[in-house]
Design a protein around this ligand. Sequence first.
Ligand SMILES: [Cu+2]
Length: 240
Amino acid sequence: MAQAVPPRYKHWWLPDASSSYAGQIDDMFYLILWITLFVFFLVEGALIVFLWKYRYKNGRKAIYTHGNNTLEITWTAIPAVILVFLAVFSNSLWSEIRDPNKFPKNAPAIQIKPRQFEWDITYPGPDKKFGTADDIQTINQLFLVVNQPVQIKLEGQDVIHSFFVPEFRIKQDAVPGMPTAVWIKPIKEAQYEIACAELCGLGHYRMKGTVSIISQDSMDRWVKSQAPAPAAAPAINLTP
Ligand SMILES: [Cu+2]
């Protein structure tokens, strides 16, 4: 079922913005892009103007200059102010998304332990605990519920891999021996690719998973279908 997505989450040149914080990350991306574009055209424009204005002319002598303090202070101070502003702005956004103390409360957890060259995914199952008999294991198949925040616990099994879903604007290294958590709140039912964003060996190119964002109902049905099969009932002989 397609869902209405706010226009700010749609782009003509970026992947869909499909997590709750994707829009904020894009806003920051655009802000930096506009600032750098402005400076780019300013500098390149000045270059072209000066090339033309000070081109070779018969009889014109070059002027020797020791520089201009006011100008130098200005073109150092302005970028410094912009840089500090961007650092403060991006840091507050970063901590809002990545600070474990600010993770959504009670978000269910899913474990993803990548290895060469697959994503080993474990759901805690109906009892919501890992390491129990009702855990559900999949390979390369991640199911998330739309509008439901979820915590993803990452840890590499062999070398460094990186969990990357561009549509969620999330990319996180999965390092062996270093459990790392991220959270995602998908905002739209869809299917995306999970890419490994860290060159992890010869099979890196085929280390591809799928994340399906589905409704709570479909999720419940799927969890039910994954329940361990009950032990076969003892055969009863009904013939007299
Ligand atoms: Cu990998």
